[in-house]
Design a protein around this ligand. Structure first.
Ligand code: PLP
Length: 388
């Protein structure tokens, strides 16, 4: 891989072209002047070859694409206006009526909606599997299987897939693989280097890093990215806007240092939670207690700031109080930004269905942000004392 510092600070930037400005300009233009009819002809024939219209290529977005492709050790990259848009384009481009998809059991919520509510309407069926053993893939495979959807680790329970083994399986049967790598980011895991065809990550999380923009990243071969660009990307118009691309370039400058800080703080918060009498168990892929710890060690360089834990609660109300009594840690979806966040599983369960005997119902997901470990554990501590 190219040097990380080089990628984040220089790659893709051509400062001589814009007055040697250190920060690149935002090319806030919808269209580009073309000087000759011959030039227009060439762009109409292949819009991936130059600048014509910002629904296609844009120079600010291109700086970002080069950096993100290099981070994933991929040939090429497309950036979308959200992670969901990136996934949708990748699946749409590679399936047709009558195809079959094999997916991990609990993909990101909106991915499941895509498969169940949208692709199903066009005759594309999905089989969900545990995806922890290769024989589950063998059993799910049909003659019309075309696509494998992976997410490792999962962003709630951190379930992993053996990426190298699944890649081998997919190659053997000519299936296309897409993996959601948002949990790790390219700094901690490299799906493409392990044989996956396309890696996706939400730029909304670690890449943006400041909870102020959405974005979705798709990396893969030049041929695959061009195929998606020529059809779904241009036809649907789901590419990222130049200003948001600029925010993501800005986010990338500090990606390495933010992740280092978050990773270190997470270790301290994890230790605190593991030792807390109100915590029944913690889930963290790089904790020795994690069921797939060995696999996590094998394929992940590190883990980021997500920790799930189960509280010893006798009622839903205790969990509600715990979340609402936090003074600094906010209750919000998303993660990867500067701010620590909490999300209780019971918010997705009907009140009457809450079962204190069920461990899953007592699950909370904590995202550790850029605050100090003391600030975060102090807030957890005061809320534990007040709420139980
Ligand atoms: C947030 C998230 C997504 C969706 O990304 P958006 O940018 O919100 O569309 C997909 N996968 C995972 C694991 C996520 O956390």
């Amino acid at each position: 891989m190219e040097d990380l510092s080089f990628i984040l600070n220089e790659l893709g930037e051509d400062r001589a072209h814009y007055y040697n400005a250190v920060s690149p300009p935002i090319m806030q233009t919808s269209n580009f002047r073309v000087n000759t009819v011959e030039g227009l002809k060439k762009l109409f024939a292949d819009e991936y070859s130059g600048y014509l219209y910002s629904r296609g290529l844009n120079p600010t977005v291109d700086i970002l694409r080069k950096k993100l492709a290099a981070l994933d050790e991929a040939e090429d990259c497309l950036v979308f206006n959200s992670g969901a848009a990136a996934i949708f384009a990748a699946v749409l481009a590679n399936t047709r009526q009558g195809d079959h998809i094999i997916s991990v059991k609990n993909p990101y919520t909106w991915v499941k909606r895509m498969f169940d509510d949208i692709f199903s309407r066009f005759g594309v069926e999905t089989t969900y599997i545990e995806a922890t053993e290769m024989e589950q893939f063998e059993r799910a495979r049909r003659a019309n299987s075309r696509f494998i959807y992976l997410e490792s680790p999962n962003s709630w329970n951190f379930a992993l897939q053996d990426i190298e083994k699944v890649s081998e399986f997919a190659k053997k049967y000519g299936l296309i693989t897409l993996m959601d790598n948002t949990f790790c980011s390219p700094l901690y895991q490299k799906p493409i280097a392990m044989g996956i065809d396309m890696a996706m990550q939400t730029a909304t999380k670690y890449i943006g890093g400041h909870s102020d923009t959405l974005g979705g990243i798709l990396t893969g071969s030049r041929q695959m990215m061009k195929k998606i660009f020529d059809s779904e990307y241009l036809a649907v118009g789901s590419g990222i806007q130049p200003f948001n691309a600029w925010l993501l370039i800005r986010g990338l400058r500090t990606l390495e240092s933010r992740l280092e800080r978050i990773t270190a703080t997470t270790q301290q918060v994890l230790r605190y939670l593991k030792n807390h009498p109100r915590v029944e168990a913690v889930l963290f892929p790089l904790d020795e207690s994690f069921p797939q710890y060995a696999l996590a060690r094998k394929q992940m360089k590190n883990a980021g700031g997500l920790i799930s834990f189960y509280v010893k609660a006798g009622s839903r109300q205790e969990i509600v109080r715990f979340c609402e009594n936090l003074k600094h840690i906010m209750m919000a979806v998303s993660w990867g930004g500067h701010e620590s966040l909490i999300l209780p599983r019971c918010a997705s369960i009907k009140d009457e269905d809450f079962d204190p005997q069920n461990l899953e119902d007592r699950m909370l997901r904590l995202y550790v942000g850029l605050e100090s470990a003391e600030y975060i554990t102090g807030d957890l501590e005061q809320s534990f004392l007040l709420s139980f």
